[in-house]
Design a protein around this ligand. Structure first.
Ligand code: COA
Ligand code: ZN
Length: 304
């Protein structure tokens, strides 16, 4: 069975939507603790406009300040050429280009339609040609848009094709506001893997309607092995109304490990980092296993 690759997105998707700015030193300590838990990849920050995402305005300091561990790729979210240049100057392993599958979310989040994003990506791919950086692209609202509703599967397939023909190496299908259901997920995952069997596809779920883990399981059953997840279930897009947290990393790892699927992650170490989240962000998190304990937790019999 193929080992899973977990991309931890709490430092980016999680911290971007918090009410308070997390101090740079605390972000660096958080990412350093995460990178010691066996995660394959960490999305450390985003190189976006500081006006659009003020919480991540310290992107350079964060990437330059973290300890780089062999085997843990550092990826960052990038919306445009300016963001790409800033990211490359910091020596990241991967850039994760972001665009929407729907026009209205694209305009709300990035002030660009998908067509305009694709035009920008052409320039970005030219700028990365001499660099060894891996170029992934995340397609927001791939399972539904909070403004437009249904996003047809044919449109998603078409955008994936446009991305790959420009030279993007991997694609993340994002359920930005938790609209996906397991049947829909299975259909899209099957369709893209059948058409592009050699392309690494990652699935990015939000648990907004309680379907996050079910969707991840449905994707895995079709052969998907790469998942974005956020420690404690933090996360959400500030420009998507109603967005709430990502599928929770430790709950996802716990589910797969219980099923005998290797994740490469030391769950106890991950839970210890998760237990520190309330202090980092100043509130409780939706993570469940960190509160309930792993399924092998045992209680003493009640006294009669
Ligand atoms: N990094 C830093 N600053 C940037 C930037 C980048 N990647 N891209 C643009 N800017 C700055 C410009 O210098 C300009 O600054 P000024 O007002 O001081 O002159 C300002 O942002 C506006 O630039 P413009 O090119 O007109 O961009 P915009 O206002 O159309 O914004 C984006 C477009 C994509 C930069 C912005 O919408 C954005 O960063 N969105 C990110 C959304 C996001 O991350 N959402 C959550 C993840 S899904
Ligand atoms: Zn997200």
């Amino acid at each position: 069975m193929t080992r899973l690759q977990i991309n931890e997105v709490a430092p980016r998707d999680g911290l971007q939507i918090e009410a308070d700015f997390v101090p740079t030193e605390a972000k660096i300590a958080f990412i350093d603790a995460l990178s010691a838990t066996g995660l394959a990849r960490i999305e450390a920050t985003s190189f976006t406009s500081p006006k659009a995402i003020p919480n991540l305005r310290d992107a350079e300091e964060v990437v330059r300040g973290i300890r780089r561990r062999p085997g843990v790729d550092i990826t960052v979210l990038v919306p445009n050429l300016r963001g790409c240049e800033r990211a490359l100057a910091c020596g990241v392993d991967e850039i994760n280009l972001v665009m929407s599958a729907s026009d209205s979310h694209g305009l709300a989040n990035l002030r660009m339609t998908p067509k305009q994003s694709l035009e920008r990506f052409t320039e970005i791919l030219a700028a990365t040609q001499d660099d060894r950086v891996f170029v992934n692209a995340s397609l927001s609202t791939a399972f539904g848009c909070p403004f437009e509703g249904e996003v047809p599967e044919s449109r998603v397939i078409e955008l994936v094709e446009r991305l790959l023909e420009r030279g993007v190496q991997g694609v993340t299908l994002c359920d930005t506001t938790g609209m996906a259901n397991p049947g829909q997920v299975a259909r899209l995952c099957e369709a893209v893997q059948e058409r592009w069997p050699a392309t690494p596809f990652t699935l990015h779920f939000h648990n907004t309607r309680g379907m996050g883990l079910a969707n991840a399981l449905a994707a895995w059953q079709t052969g998907i092995t790469r998942f974005d997840a956020s420690l404690g279930g933090l996360g959400g897009c500030p420009y998507a109304p109603g967005a709430t947290g990502n599928v929770c990393t430790e709950d996802l790892v716990h589910m797969f490990e219980q099923m005998g699927v290797e994740t490469g992650v030391d769950l106890d170490a991950l839970l210890a980092v998760s237990a520190g989240l309330p202090e980092l962000v100043g509130h409780d998190t939706p993570g469940q296993v960190v509160k309930a304990g792993k399924a092998d937790r045992r209680y003493p019999m009640p006294k009669r």
